[in-house]
Design a protein around this ligand. Structure first.
Ligand code: NAP
Length: 264
């Protein structure tokens, strides 16, 4: 028996939106490590997406790279059609793409609000619609949330509410996907060291204007019993766990992956 055949996700195909960088890249590679062929999606980082695909192939799986902007319905439909055409099936979908927003209340334009919601909310709904069309029976759909959904921070209403919306969405989708015996859950990370966090962690830390980037990372980490910020691999491990056959009775849930951080 080949090594590949012994892996838990061998023969499965996982599509991860926003897998050129950060959490999405780690999830795609973790699922590839478990034997899944992977679809790497990106919107602008072509060479980063190619690098992730190269690493996945190095793990012995097939990898397709498909550019698609999840704020556009036609591009999402094309993403799924191409994924099915190139890799033959879709078993696991991780809707991970997202954009962060902080801003003074009176400065938030309708355009900004719509842009955040187009990616973080409508985009995830449209990904779910296409997932329902293509996914194999017994598959997995994960939506991306955030612990921010349940915190209250100044200047964060647009992003936090976009992530809170996903929790209600998943509870309903759990019913919609039951006909295919597919589970639907929200992965809600806390602070995870990625490009997004490098830009935004300061907004979560009172007094951060007098701190260095390393001090901000340490301060966020100090909110966890493990005394460190999350890493993309922490979130990827959770998705791998919930992608296993044993997780088939967990649906409609929001899984907080935040290393125990309650509040900064
Ligand atoms: P990141 O480092 O900024 O990476 C974002 C990824 O999403 C990139 O691959 C990017 O593609 C892709 N993306 C952005 N807009 C897109 C669009 N319109 N269509 C398709 N793909 C798009 O972010 P991250 O920190 O890994 O975060 C990933 C997800 O976790 C986000 O939904 C975020 O809200 C959520 N989250 C993150 C944290 C954290 O602390 N990092 C905490 C809670 C929740 P390109 O490379 O092509 O731009």
């Amino acid at each position: 028996m080949s090594n590949q055949a012994t892996k838990i996700l061998a023969g499965k195909v996982a599509l991860v939106t926003g897998s050129s960088r950060g959490i999405g890249a780690a999830i795609a590679l973790r699922l590839a490590q478990d034997g899944a062929d992977v679809v790497i999606n990106y919107v602008s980082s072509t060479s980063a997406a190619e690098e992730v695909a190269k690493k996945a192939r190095g793990l012995g799986v097939r990898a397709a790279i498909i550019k698609a902007d999840v704020s556009k319905a036609d591009e999402i439909a094309a993403l799924f059609a191409k994924a099915k055409e190139e890799l033959g099936r879709i078993d696991i979908v991780m809707s991970n793409s997202g954009i962060e927003h902080f801003g003074d209340l009176e400065d938030v334009s309708q355009e900004t609000f719509d842009r955040v919601y187009a990616v973080n909310v409508r985009g995830q709904f449209l990904v779910a619609q296409q997932t329902h069309k293509y996914i194999e029976e017994g598959g997995r759909l994960f939506l991306i949330g955030s612990v921010s959904a349940n915190w209250g921070l100044k200047g964060h209403a647009v992003y936090a509410s976009s992530k809170a919306a996903i929790q209600g969405m998943a509870k309903c989708l759990a019913w919609d996907f039951a006909d295919k015996k597919v589970t639907v859950n929200v992965i809600a990370p806390g602070g995870v060291q990625t490009d997004m966090a490098a830009e935004n962690a300061k907004h979560y830390v009172p007094g951060s204007d007098k701190m260095t980037p390393d001090e901000i990372v340490a301060k966020v980490g100090a909110g966890s019993p493990f005394n460190r910020m999350g890493l993309p691999s922490d979130i990827a491990g959770t998705v791998a766990l919930l992608s296993s056959p044993e997780a088939g009775w967990i649906t409609g849930q929001t899984i907080n992956c935040n290393g125990g951080v309650f509040m900064l």
